[in-house]
Unconditional design. Structure first.
Lengths: 293, 444
């Protein structure tokens, strides 16, 4: 195979320039702007702002409701990631084993990823409806047991399930691809040595999947922090009584609904730092257990 | 080479612009509105009617999918200097706009463009809400409403209630009578800051906030946790606990209105704007509307207007302003007000239009019968210092704090008094922040 390369670096620079420009305009510039706003009180209609130093941060961090928002965001991120990945892996293992109808499953399982988050939220609103949805059967057995509009943890459960359902597809694709890239000879050798399917999963396939698992953990957790807005907005609206007021939803409602651009900017910076810190921890400590081949 | 390429691109763009300009020399101006669905279609239709009525101006009307979105998009556009001339905005979203001064008061606009409007013809409850302390109109009242309650006449008859109560004591009696008649749900309840807090405080002449509800300065503090409002919310909670009311919200899968239309609950509170919608939904039972109740021993005062008004934004050309003035004057005419009334549940904004409609027997026919009960509520008294309206910064967020805390109290997480105290103290933080954002300014 011939390797193509450019003699002069300016060709390379010119080729990546459009991409860099897009990243600059849509990521770095707004981030710097948000960073500036976070230290001021910005008047939404223009007309100036006042420098307030760390006031927006102290105000945010001294708000007990902000910490409960951080807490529920963590719970949401970890729970959706765990739930989505376990479901995705289970499904991928079954598809990989080519059980009956696996071709249909393979297509069907990719669909949810193509559905917009608000649509997912709306669909699950019907599913979880305490009066008419599938979950209302719980109430026919034990009246009043299921009511996510009144019980906080049930509301959190609904967004976790909806969020996980949406993420299953993404993880599934990666798991399936990774499983199929494991050489058949390895599996067959293990089978000949007398390893049953479950043992082959745990002792052969899973260890070989660790790079994929690690990648998916990073992506899913980051995604759960930043991409939960549509589901929360349609499913719970942050309620009941802030039980599902995730960090992104709080940023939206304070920034865009009540025009507190500065407070929202400060919260965005905190969220960004949190996600960066989490990713750092994952790379620093979790990646040690990953074996790349 | 490069300059040539740029030049030809520029020429091509210019050619496109020239080609897309219509032959007529009508001045275009943009109008962004928040109403959606059927009501959004009504707005679009007013633009078509305006454009068809004359040749000088063309209103380009763009729906923005909700009031909040309309204000958000306009702020973004304003900062990029791409904003529309006219913006339909709801009251809670305009405190920032008022203080920024980036609007053209309609009284001044009409004077400058030579359009005559009889400002004294507007109902005081509406005029006060949309004007400055000196009586200058900031924005043009258009789609206006006020809250009422809807009741199931069949249920009331079965329970032996002959007259729809206008006191809360009477309402509680009605709840009891309904329950005794076998009606499982008397009231479909959804906590609403607009009805339970703001309009309730208006009708009872009690303050929502200090500084005459914020009119007299930015150093305002919320007072609703110290007024009759607390007792009222405790009653709402008690009615739920005693099984008269049931919570019906969009999140719970069924709104209060749906519950009422289906005949599940007998009473629900909402804007008069729903009158038209409920007619369209054709409930199987007879129904009517009544003014919101007050507590006994309180001298009732007027409620205030809800809905939205039309703001003229700064930074546009004189020609665009002339077009906007013509459109606003067109909307204020009797035929156009009537067009809005016939296609929505809103109320007339001028006395002359209301009198003319009454004289024509407009309110004697279905579906309009009793719809003007809203006028009775709105004009119950001359507006007092406390019933002119509410001028609070971050008001959308204050409403959200109120709602979240009340929800917590309804779920039994804290007492209603604790909830309202928390909502007020958090709201006060927001107000203090708002005052710091606009140092040295006050509402005009």
């Amino acid at each position: 195979m011939r390797r193509a390369y450019f003699k002069t670096s300016w060709v390379a620079a010119a080729l990546i320039a459009p991409q860099l420009l897009i990243i600059f305009v849509f990521f770095y510039w707004p981030s710097v702007q948000a960073l500036y706003w976070a230290f001021t009180l910005e008047q939404p209609w223009g007309g100036g702002n006042t420098w307030v130093g760390f006031d927006n941060f102290t105000k945010t961090l001294s708000d007990p409701y902000y910490w409960s928002s951080v807490q529920v965001s963590m719970v949401y991120a970890l729970a959706t990631t765990a739930l989505a990945m376990v479901m995705a892996l289970t499904l991928a293992v079954f598809v990989d084993r080519q059980l009956t109808g696996y071709k249909a499953y393979r297509v069907a399982l990719i669909w949810p990823y193509a559905i917009a988050a608000p649509a997912v939220g709306l669909a699950f609103r019907f599913v979880f409806n305490p009066n008419a949805g599938i979950f209302s059967y719980i109430n026919t057995v034990a009246p009043g047991l299921w009511d996510p509009t009144q019980v906080g943890w049930q509301a959190v459960l609904t967004i976790v399930i909806a969020g996980a359902w949406k993420h299953v597809a993404y993880s599934f694709i990666f798991f399936l691809a990774a499983l199929q890239s494991i050489p058949r000879s390895l599996i067959e050798a293990a089978a000949m040595d007398g390893a049953r399917p479950l043992r082959r999963v745990f002792e052969l396939q899973l260890p070989l999947l660790t790079p994929t698992i690690f990648f998916l953990i990073v992506i899913n957790i980051t995604d759960s922090f930043t991409d939960s807005f549509g589901i929360v907005d349609t499913l719970t609206g942050g309620g009941p009584f802030r039980a599902t007021d995730l960090m992104v939803y709080k940023i939206y409602s304070e920034g865009f609904r009540s025009f507190d651009y500065s407070g929202a900017a400060a919260q965005s910076i905190i969220l960004m730092l949190l996600v960066m810190a989490l990713t750092f921890v994952q790379f620093r400590y979790v990646e040690k257990r990953v074996h790349y081949t | 080479m490069k300059t040539n390429w740029l030049l030809s691109a520029a020429l091509a763009t210019t050619a496109l612009i020239v080609a897309s300009t219509p032959a007529t020399a009508a001045t275009k101006f943009e109008y962004w509105y928040g109403l959606t669905g059927d009501l959004g279609a009504v707005v679009a239709e007013t633009c078509n009617r305006f454009n068809a009525s004359q040749d000088d101006y063309e209103a380009v009307c763009v729906g923005q999918d909700g009031y909040e979105n309309a204000v958000q998009s306009t702020i973004a556009a304003f900062r990029a200097k791409q904003h529309p001339t006219l913006l339909q905005s709801f009251d809670a979203g305009t405190a920032d706009l008022m203080l920024s001064g980036e609007f053209y008061p309609v009284t001044k606009l009409m004077q400058d463009t030579g359009v005559t409007i009889d400002w004294s013809d507007y109902f005081p409850g509406i005029a006060n809400y949309y004007s400055s302390k000196s009586g200058e109109f900031f924005s043009m009242p258009w789609n206006s409403s006020t809250p009422v309650y809807y009741f199931n006449k069949d249920h009331f008859a079965k329970a032996g209630i002959t007259e729809a109560p206008i006191t809360w004591e009477g309402m509680e009696e009605a709840f009891k009578a309904l329950k005794a008649s076998g009606q499982a749900c008397s009231q479909a309840y959804a906590p609403s800051s607009w009805i339970d807090l703001e309009q309730f405080s208006m009708a009872h002449n009690v303050p929502v906030a200090s500084n005459n509800n914020g009119y007299d300065g930015l150093d305002t503090e919320l007072l609703f946790n110290t007024t009759l409002h607390v007792k009222h919310m405790e009653n709402q909670l008690r009615w739920i606990n005693e099984g008269y009311s049931m919570i019906r919200t969009a999140q719970s899968g069924k709104t209060a209105r749906d519950s009422f239309v289906e005949g599940e609950c007998s009473v629900f509170f909402s804007s008069i704007a729903d009158h038209n919608t409920i007619h369209k939904l054709k409930p199987a039972h007879a129904w009517d509307v009544q003014i919101i109740p007050t507590y006994e021993g309180v001298t009732r005062t007027n409620t205030v207007v809800g809905g939205a008004s039309l703001w003229v934004l700064s930074g546009k050309t004189d020609e665009e302003y002339k077009g906007a003035a013509a459109y606003l004057a067109f909307l204020a005419t009797k035929p156009e007000q009537q067009f809005l009334l016939e296609n929505s549940g809103y109320i007339p904004v001028t006395k002359s239009t209301y009198e003319a409609l009454k004289a024509e027997g407009f309110y004697a026919n279905e579906p309009y019968i009793n719809r003007d009960i809203a006028m009775k509520s709105l004009t119950w008294s001359e507006p007092t210092e406390l019933t002119r309206g509410i001028r609070l910064g971050s008001f959308i967020q204050i409403r959200a704090e109120w709602t979240a805390e009340v929800q917590a109290a309804l779920a039994g997480q804290k007492t209603m008094k604790e909830a309202l105290d928390t909502a007020a103290s958090r709201g006060n933080d927001l107000l203090a922040r708002f005052a710091r954002t606009y140092p040295g300014k006050s509402f005009p």
